[in-house]
Design a protein around this ligand. Structure first.
Ligand code: ATP
Ligand code: MG
Length: 173
């Protein structure tokens, strides 16, 4: 599974629909302070179900919607999509919220449950609190992690965490 592109519309400072392609190798995002680099990471965390507003630097759910600027009116909807290329074809995951209260997770552009999205990415390291996103100040969190926390990190990286989940599910039936 490979991330091909990222689409952001009306999320935080992204007043206009913005598509970013991710090529092979390393992609670096550069820009002046306050230009929206961290907002891209916030968008990805939010898409994967981040409920903690603090960790995406917002006070309430509407704060993620573009608030307007001198030149541009506020947006009504915030939308984030990630497009992945897999062996089975293209997968699009997304999330949208509106000021009117609409709130949806999307799988291939159709409403889905966050659970379905999480299931799809289990074992890949992609998710709101997994190692695929290492935020500022998180490196020392790994260094000071307990053996138990380190083990779950390794299980996730090795792709075996999904079996632990499935075992738990089977035993509870
Ligand atoms: P730095 O280099 O300082 O880390 P950065 O490129 O990471 O900067 P961000 O933190 O991503 O910058 O962007 C911050 C900007 O996003 C601020 O100017 C802030 O006003 C703007 N912003 C955040 N939320 C919204 C919103 N809802 N509507 C409009 N602008 C927003
Ligand atoms: Mg930043």
């Amino acid at each position: 599974m490979k991330l091909k592109s990222l689409y952001i519309r009306g999320f935080k400072s992204f007043a206009f629909p913005t598509k970013m392609n991710v090529d092979s190798g390393i992609t670096a995002i550069v820009g002046p302070n306050g230009s929206g680099k961290s907002n891209i990471v916030d968008a990805i965390r939010w898409l994967f179900g981040e409920q903690s507003m603090k960790s995406i630097r917002a006070d309430n759910r509407e704060d993620v919607i573009f608030a307007g600027s001198e030149k541009n009116p506020p947006a009504n909807v915030a939308e984030v999509k990630l497009i992945f290329e897999t062996q089975e074809g293209t997968i699009t995951v997304g999330r949208e919220v509106s000021r009117e209260g609409l709130s949806n997770y999307l799988l291939n552009n159709k409403p889905a449950r966050l659970k379905d999205i999480k299931e799809l990415f289990k074992g890949t390291g992609v998710g709101r609190e997994l190692y695929s996103i290492v935020g500022q100040g998180q490196v020392d969190k790994v260094i000071t992690a307990s053996p138990y926390e380190l083990r779950s990190l390794l299980e996730e990286a090795a792709g075996t965490a999904i079996y632990r989940e499935k075992k738990k599910e089977a035993l509870s039936k």
